[in-house]
Design a protein around this ligand. Structure first.
Ligand SMILES: Cc1cc2nc3c(=O)[nH]c(=O)nc-3n(C[C@H](O)[C@H](O)[C@H](O)COP(=O)(O)O)c2cc1C
Length: 174
């Protein structure tokens, strides 16, 4: 299986990255896992030109074009983000907006899940992730929620670590 992990945190070594890397390690055997650190890419927000409505592709020629190819080629999509001001971090939000033209079932049959890390208020982030994966019409597997503020805090979240194993098994058995 091909597994694509999208890292929406600005910290490459933060809590979200820790959980995503751990999932990648667990899935590495026999699978092809790639992690995309969104901070390394130029991805503008949607400019609402509606070009994609007529053309089924995005008019903005930035690094998102490479992401469309990766999304179409992968079997599993794992989105990951910290919670910032009650929702998903802006880099992942821009990525999500830019996939509007992929909502017509082009990714149907793929598996989608997510990882979210916050200090305490994460409910809206879960809703955003669930809603987004529904829009993409992928097969959803419940995501993993981690709690932490400072780098490394999430390692102490034993529930999150246990839940990563559950997600790993569900992906492998899907
Ligand atoms: C700008 C900003 C806003 C934040 N807002 C929230 C919030 O609304 N709710 C929450 O639970 N945590 C919030 N946090 C805490 C982060 O979600 C938390 O530190 C998380 O572990 C960061 O993930 P990372 O280590 O992967 O970057 C915020 C942090 C920052 C920097």
């Amino acid at each position: 299986m091909k597994i694509l992990g999208i890292l929406g945190s600005p910290r490459r070594d933060g809590n979200t990255a820790y959980l995503l890397e751990d999932l990648a390690k667990k899935l590495n055997k026999g699978n092809e896992v790639e992690i995309i650190f969104l901070k390394d890419y130029e991805i503008s927000p949607c400019k609402e030109c509606y070009y994609c409505v007529e053309n089924d592709e995005c008019s903005i020629k930035d690094d998102m074009q490479e992401m469309y190819k990766k999304l179409k080629e992968t079997d599993v999509i794992i989105l990951s983000s910290p919670i910032f001001m009650g929702g998903i971090a802006s880099r992942l939000r821009a990525f999500m907006e830019r996939t509007w033209h992929l909502r017509k079932g082009q990714l149907m049959g793929k598996i989608g899940s997510y990882i979210i890390v916050g200090r305490r208020d994460i409910g809206a982030g879960i809703h955003e992730m669930e809603e987004y994966l529904s829009r993409l019409k992928v097969k959803k597997i419940p995501g993993v929620i981690g709690y932490g503020l400072h780098k490394g805090d999430v390692k102490e979240d034993t529930e999150a670590m246990k839940d990563l194993s559950r997600l790993t098994n569900q992906i492998i058995n899907s």
